[in-house]
Structure formats: structure tokens, C-alpha cells
Design a protein around this ligand. Structure first.
Ligand code: BGC
Length: 556
């Protein structure tokens, strides 16, 4: 039956009165450097490879790239274990390559954001080596969290905190004579000791690191674990296990403590002291949209990843609720909302959306294409994860011996600290991109790829999809081109239109976006002139049949 689309209560996020920063509606493309493009044939992506492929991103129509860590690192956690914050790891190139990449990006009109990892260093960082060599209570230990153990002989960890990757968040040190000593805190892998942000030296060092990269010309930072730097005084016990499940739903003594905001305020002052709009983006897991909005108050960071939306199931009512909450929360502090569907830490959304849906991978891809059009129509900024423009699925059958995710080794029965085996580890979303139909690693590089690419990825390659009007790549290109062209998209206001259950219809100035989340087509009065659709539309006497799991943009 034909359903009417009529205007309902509007959701009008507050529009800031200050100047319009580029970041307020930027589309930012995440380059996972190790898996984007390899120039030297070692099977691992690098900065030169990324630079050579920047024209693809400029052509795609994004505004900025975010590069994951390429700093000197033993790679215990894909580079999120930094041994030298000012050096490029030889795996990824040289400082000169970083400089060239930033310059080339700017020439192409792309901004560059780099990761900064302030919650923890590598255990190979000179500071941590010094700390291990120091005595309990020594100055070098004050840069980290060292504590004596509990129990008669200090044989128990200082508190009950668990590592996000599984197992205890503490590791005991061993003295030069082999006797066990103090314990140190690591919220992630043991190779990632947490820095102590009460130490003035730690604060001063990170100011200097930020300046180093700002001086090189970067346009901002994605701040890793931006919610973790401050721990509750006294490091209190939590009182129960499976703490990783509480992340993002509760304030924990190690996450989302109020004290982190003062650090972000001081970083904002530092960013503002540079010319141009240099930005800070929080990777923060906060229990509610309201608490997340605290990170983007006017004197704090510019953006925060909206993980509430990422976690939202494929359900129109749930999506609408999260969208409303997100816009209201960020709007209340005058910040733009961000929309993100995938990143290097989560199962790719093409696969997530297929889970339990019936209809297999095709269904997941249909939903992923629709979700892309939805987020690009919403007010604010959008983050794209490399390969989503190709509709890449998660690779679920990687051989265990090739896996590198430290979480796998800490939680799998084959790993050192076996608990319950599970999949959903983070290697399957990090498989290198296919650029060409044939050739070594589908054009990723001349020397294979560090994780094997599935055999059917030739047809998902950039080459295969380019020029094919039905391809996901061309859908993204068209959507991003329209987003630049149409003043009603990007930053600004939106309102909901009434729509049948399972359908979302939202209005932006000059434009309507319809999303059908149902497994069957829906017939609607034609909302306007079709601009773009994630699936073919069929018209009949003033009505349009919106295909299942699809999204369309209409000019009005
Ligand atoms: C990064 C992960 C990393 C963790 C520890 C995260 O938020 O995105 O890839 O393992 O921080 O640095």
C-alpha cells in the first residue's frame, strides 16, 4: 500500500555561530597504512605506497585522510605500541616519506590527520626500559604505573583490572637477579605499558610530540584511547570480571574519568596556537552520547567518533533513536556529529549487516551501500574505512598462524593465555586492498601481501569497479561528488518525515533521503527527483517502489 511522507517534528541541532571549520562536515578516509598500498615489495603497506595512491582518494572525493600509526614500533599491536613518537618505522619508510606524503596530499587538496597514542607507549620505548632498570619508587618508574603486588609475597596483581585484550591488566617485573618485583599496568597488551599522566614529564613530552608533527604540516590528530589517560585515584578494584564488556556502557576507574578533559583542553590550546584549522579527534568510548559530547565542548576536541551509531543494529527505529541522541548531544555543545560504520578494530559492516539477516553476503552488501548513503546524508562529518568504498567484506577464514591481533593470542585457546575461543578478531578487517584485477596481491604491491586476500577479490578491485555504474565504488564516487555539489548536505539541520515502519525519511535543505531497512520493497509517493539510489528504483503512476535494504537521495 502506498504510504504518505509527511513532515513531523523536526530535529534541529544547534548551529554554531562561529566560523565554519573544514572539519565540521569533512569526509575523512582512514588509511590503515600496513594494508593500503605497498611500494617496496615487502608485503606490508608503507607511506610511499600510500602517497602514490592519494589520487585515488582525491578522485573518490574525500576531504582528508587519517593515517594509522607509522611510528617506530615493535608492532606488538599494529603500531599502537610506539617506541619513538618522532620516528617513522623502517617498515613504513622514512620521515622524508611522511613529509612527501603530507605535501602531496595538500597539493591534491586533501588534509592529513595522524594518530597519536598517548595512553601507553611500547615496552621498547627508552622510558620504559629506564623504568624497568630503575628501583621501585624511582623517578623513571613515575612515568608509568608501577605498584607492589598484593598477597603475602606480592604475588597477586595490585588490583582486579583486566586488559581490554583479555587477561589481567598487570604484569610482574623481574629484577636483574631474577627475583620478581613490582607490577606495571597495561590496559592493552603487556607490550603497551600505560603512561602516568600525573607526571609533568609525560605531559611535556606529548606537547612536544604534537608540535613535531604539526610543524611537519599535519592537519590534526586522531587521539587513541582519548578516554583512558587518567585513572581513578588509588586505582580502585572494579569488583567483577568481564570488564571489557562494560567499556562504552559504564564509567570505569580506568576509562572516561573526568580528569581526561583537562588534558584535551590543553591540547586544544596547543592546536589553536597553529595557523589553519588543526583538529583533534577523540577515539573515546563513553557510556552515553551526553558523556561523549563532553569531549567536543568548544574548548576541547573538534570531533569524537560516534561508536553508538556504529554499534546500532540494522533497525529503522533503533537507528533513528541513535541519530536523534547523537545530534542532540553534540548539538548541545555546538559540535558536529561524526558518522562511522567501520574501522580497523571492528568487523567490516558489510559482514556485520549480513549476520543473522538471511540472504548472505549480498544482503550485507546491499545494507552497507544503503548505510553509506544514509551517513553521507546526515548532518556532520563522516569517516570511511579503507575498502568500504569497494564493499569489502570481513575475511573470516584467516589461518591462525598468520594472525597478528594481540587480542587473538590473549583470548584464543591456541594463544598463550587461552580462555574461550572466539572470532571477530581484528585481522579480518585489515586484509590489504585489491587495486587491480590481477598481479601480485591484486596490485597492493609487488611482493605479495602480509595477509592473504580471498580469491574472489579481483572483481572487488578498484580497477574492476571503476566505470561500472552498478559498482559500490561508483556509488561512493557519485555520493561524494553530490555531497560537494549540494549545499543542503554536510553541516546543518535535518528533520524527519513520517514514513512507514521500517523506513526512515529525512529532510535536508533541498533534499530528501529515504532508507528502507525492510527485507521487502516499500511503495511510496515519489518524494522528488531521484539523485542517487543504492539499488534500482521502479516507478509506477506517481509512486516509487523502494527496494529492500536500500537508500535513495531525492532533490525536492
Ligand atoms: C586502537 C586499537 C589499539 C588500541 C590500543 C585502539 O583504540 O584503535 O587498534 O589496539 O587502541 O592502542
Amino acid at each position: 500500500m502506498t504510504q504518505e511522507l509527511t513532515t513531523s517534528l523536526a530535529t534541529e541541532p544547534a548551529r554554531p555561530s562561529e566560523g565554519h571549520g573544514w572539519w565540521r562536515d569533512a569526509v575523512i578516509y582512514q588509511v590503515y597504512v600496513r594494508s593500503f598500498a605497498d611500494s617496496d615489495g615487502d608485503g606490508i603497506g608503507d607511506l610511499r605506497g600510500a602517497r602514490e595512491r592519494l589520487p585515488h582518494l582525491a578522485g573518490l572525493g574525500v576531504d582528508a585522510v587519517w593515517l594509522t600509526p607509522f611510528y617506530a614500533s615493535p608492532q606488538a599491536d599494529g603500531g599502537y605500541d610506539v617506541a619513538d613518537y618522532r620516528a617513522v618505522d623502517p617498515l613504513f619508510g622514512t620521515l622524508g616519506d611522511a613529509d612527501d606524503l603530507v605535501r602531496t596530499a595538500h597539493e591534491l587538496g586533501l588534509k592529513v590527520i595522524v594518530d597519536v597514542v598517548p595512553n601507553h607507549s611500547s615496552d621498547q620505548h627508552p622510558w620504559f626500559r629506564e623504568a624497568l632498570a630503575d628501583r621501585p619508587g624511582g623517578a623513571a618508574r613515575a612515568r608509568y604505573h608501577f605498584r607492589p603486588g598484593r598477597g603475602a609475597h606480592g604475588e597477586l596483581p595490585p588490583n582486579d583490572w583486566e586488559s581490554v585484550f583479555g587477561g589481567p591488566a598487570w604484569t610482574r617485573t623481574t629484577g636483574p637477579d631474577g627475583t620478581p618485583g613490582e607490577w606495571y599496568l597495561h590496559l592493552f597488551a603487556p607490550q603497551q605499558p600505560d603512561l602516568n599522566w600525573d607526571s609533568p614529564e609525560v605531559r611535556a613530552e606529548f606537547d612536544s610530540v604534537l608540535r613535531f608533527w604539526l610543524d611537519l604540516g599535519v592537519d590534526g590528530f586522531r587521539i587513541d584511547v582519548a578516554h583512558g589517560m587518567v585513572k581513578a585515584a588509588g586505582l580502585p578494584d572494579i569488583g567483577h570480571t568481564e570488564q571489557a564488556k562494560l567499556i562504552g556502557s559504564q564509567v570505569l576507574p580506568f576509562f572516561d574519568q573526568d580528569g581526561v578533559h583537562e588534558i584535551h583542553r590543553s591540547w586544544r590550546r596547543l592546536l589553536d596556537s597553529y595557523p589553519g584549522d588543526r583538529i583533534g579527534v577523540a577515539e573515546a568510548w563513553a557510556p552515553t552520547a551526553e558523556r561523549l559530547a563532553l569531549y567536543v565542548r568548544p574548548d576541547e576536541l573538534h570531533q569524537a567518533f560516534n561508536f553508538q551509531f556504529l554499534k546500532c543494529p540494522w533497525d529503522a527505529a533503533a537507528m533513528r533513536e541513535v541519530i536523534d541522541e547523537s545530534l542532540a548531544a553534540t548539538g548541545s555543545v555546538g559540535a558536529p556529529t561524526t558518522w562511522v560504520l567501520s574501522n580497523h578494530d571492528v568487523v567490516r559492516h558489510t559482514t556485520r549487516y549480513a549476520d543473522g539477516a538471511g540472504g548472505g553476503p549480498e544482503r550485507g552488501l546491499a545494507r552497507a551501500r544503503a548505510a553509506a548513503l544514509l551517513i553521507l546524508a546526515l548532518p556532520g562529518s563522516a569517516y570511511l574505512y579503507q575498502g568500504e568504498e569497494l564493499g569489502l567484506p570481513e575475511v573470516t577464514e584467516l589461518p591462525d598462524e598468520l594472525r597478528q591481533d594481540p587480542a587473538f593470542f590473549r583470548t584464543s585457546p591456541d594463544g598463550q593465555e587461552g580462555q574461550d575461543g572466539q572470532d571477530g578478531f581484528r585481522d579480518g578487517c585489515r586484509v590489504p586492498l585489491p587495486w587491480t584485477r590481477s598481479g601480485d596481491s591484486y596490485g597492493f604491491g609487488p611482493g605479495g601481501s602480509w595477509l592473504p586476500q580471498p580469491e574472489d577479490w579481483a572483481e572487488l578491485s578498484v580497477e574492476a569497479q571503476t566505470g561500472d555504474p552498478g559498482s559500490t565504488l561508483e556509488l561512493y564516487r557519485e555520493a561524494l561528488a553530490l555531497r560537494r555539489e549540494l549545499p543542503g548536505l554536510g553541516d546543518g539541520s535535518m528533520s524527519w518525515l513520517d514514513a512507514p515502519a521500517g523506513v526512515l525519511a529525512l529532510s535536508r535543505p533541498g533534499l530528501v533521503c529515504t532508507l528502507n531497512t525492510l527485507g521487502e520493497e516499500v511503495e511510496l509517493p515519489v518524494p522528488g527527483r531521484a539523485l542517487l539510489s543504492s539499488a534500482p528504483l521502479a516507478y509506477q503512476a506517481g509512486t516509487v517502489r523502494i527496494p529492500p535494504d536500500s537508500c535513495a537521495w531525492w532533490a525536492i
